[in-house]
Write a protein that binds this ligand. Structure first.
Ligand code: B12
Ligand code: SF4
Length: 430
């Protein structure tokens, strides 16, 4: 008898959340490897094409498919009681899921996506509801929170945890042989406008605030054909926007991204590409910028973090100021709209004293592009995350919260002042 598997993307408990092309790509990839070998249904609390959401005008998408989630206010968790921001639950209301459980016979397995470490309360909510309605269902967790906080995740009440990227224990647990050449199971959605692709895994850099070097190791490309098959599947769906989830999308571009984009151009595939997970400015040559623009890249996010060379060197030297200048020049020469080029800078990093953040923001502004402050989330077992034990209990993942940590480190007023300044600078772009 074919197994029945329910896929779940849980609600988010946080001070802020926005659909910045968020898709449960790990969950869909796992299900893709089991295509045809199990029956799948998805319950995605963050699906903004659900009728509950599409009925609400203020939750409509912007021109690139991003938008707000439905949310409900909650009291702050006790350990974040002093953070002067509203804590909320984002995603479809709990009753919709409880009705779903009541209307369906129990599935054999429930796979739950975990994402940010500090979002575990949403995972717990889902597990509690499943346990009540379907006590026999086997609950499997995987993804970033499980990988980075495995001993914490073990206490949530699931049956099986997939830590890291080795999936062999999962296939053994399910007693199914996967087909690793299959793309993600996008067809499990009834409607879809935004998709995700990942052409590679890992990163050649070693930034002290990032978990990627430890979890994924060095950069490795995925087979081109698999990515093209996935693109074809997404294109068949009529997808309008695709976000890349690669850690180092531009690394070895001549072997990975360029051949992929050449196929996009050759087959005249019309989609808008986005890179919310930040590009390496160092790799944006004129030639690469041209093919990216031609193939349909519409928004460009560059990881910059700080203009202080002292800070850049101390955290891993992934980018220097002249490389940002040259990347911006190459992108605009290729036709990118400067309003759609954004440089991220970390707010609330523990070496804030040498970051010269305000000067960095003005430097980014002087290039005629937008700046975006990326609140710092301390990550356990990274050098900078471990350093943060000075200020917070890193064994409680709620303290990794990106809104909370900068406020704990630098105070509410200073954090707000810098955010206001960033808004002003962006507004004054001509
Ligand atoms: C894409 C991405 C984003 C996207 C959105 C992702 C999303 N869906 O929410 C964007 C750009 C919006 C984003 C934002 C941020 N991100 Co981010 N992001 C990533 C990235 C690059 C990939 C995550 C992903 O979805 N991968 C897709 C899947 C396919 O890959 P995978 O995890 O390798 O999956 C494997 C296994 O884990 C397993 N698996 C995965 N899921 C599941 C599920 C089940 C059921 C099973 C069985 C197995 C399984 O199977 C796969 C087998 O290879 C990771 C880094 C990384 N490489 O993981 C950082 C990462 C998750 N982000 C991080 C950070 C810091 C942030 C920001 C805080 C940055 C900032 N300051 O703004 C924000 C936070 C946003 C918010 N609202 O709070 C940190 C984690 C922080 C934390 N405390 O958890 C990471 C780890 C990067 C880092 N610096 O170390 N991010
Ligand atoms: S370049 Fe990006 S993905 Fe690579 S280690 Fe640094 S922050 Fe992480």
């Amino acid at each position: 008898m074919i197994l029945k598997v329910l896929l779940i993307n849980p609600p988010i408990y946080d001070f802020a959340a926005y659909d910045f092309w968020l898709k449960p790509y790990g969950l869909l990839s796992i299900a893709g490897h089991l295509r045809g070998k199990a029956d799948f249904v998805i319950f995605d609390y963050l699906n903004r094409l659900h009728p509950f959401v599409t009925r609400q005008k203020e939750l409509q998408s912007d021109q690139w498919g991003r938008g707000r989630f439905f949310c409900e206010k909650l009291p702050n968790p006790p350990c974040l009681e002093t953070i002067p921001r509203y804590f909320r639950r984002f995603g479809l209301p709990r009753d919709i899921f409880r009705d779903f459980l009541a209307q369906h016979k129990p599935f054999d397995f429930v796979f739950i996506q975990t994402t940010m470490t500090y979002w575990y309360q949403g995972v717990k909510e889902v597990i509690d509801d499943i346990r009540k309605a379907w006590p026999q269902a086997k609950i499997v967790l995987g993804g970033n929170y499980v990988t980075l906080c495995s001993s914490h995740a073990e206490k949530l009440g699931a049956n099986f945890l997939v830590q890291g990227t080795n999936l062999d224990p999962l296939w053994k647990y399910l007693d199914i042989t996967p087909d690793m050449s299959q793309p993600a199971l996008w067809e499990v959605y009834e409607k879809l406008k935004v998709g995700v692709l990942k052409l590679s895994q890992g990163c050649p850099f070693n930034c002290t605030y990032c978990s990627v070097p430890k979890v994924y190791g060095k950069f490795k490309a995925r087979p081109l054909q698999r990515s093209l098959d996935e693109l074809e599947l997404l294109a068949k769906y009529g997808i309008e926007n695709i976000a890349f989830y690669d850690d180092a999308l531009l690394c070895e571009a001549e072997k990975v991204l360029v051949p992929f984009l050449n196929e996009v151009v050759k087959h005249n595939i019309k989609v808008n590409f986005h890179c919310p997970n930040a590009l390496h400015a160092r790799f944006v040559t004129q030639e690469l910028a041209e093919i990216m623009a031609r193939a349909g890249f519409k928004t460009f996010y560059l990881g910059f973090e700080s203009a202080s060379s002292n800070w850049q060197k101390r955290t891993g030297s992934k980018v220097f100021c002249d490389e940002l200048v040259s990347a911006v020049k190459n992108l605009t020469t290729a036709g990118a709209n400067p309003q759609n080029i954004t440089a991220y800078q970390i707010l609330g990093h523990p070496y804030g004293d040498i970051q010269e953040l305000e000067e960095s923001m003005r430097f980014v502004h002087s290039l005629g592009i937008r700046g975006m402050l990326a609140d710092f989330s301390p990550i356990p077992e990274t050098p900078d995350g471990e350093f943060c034990r000075k200020w917070v209990d890193m064994d409680e993942p709620l303290f990794h919260n990106k809104t909370a940590f900068p406020i704990i480190l630098m105070g509410f007023d200073e954090s707000n002042r810098l955010k206001d300044l960033q808004r002003q600078l962006n507004r004054s772009l001509t």
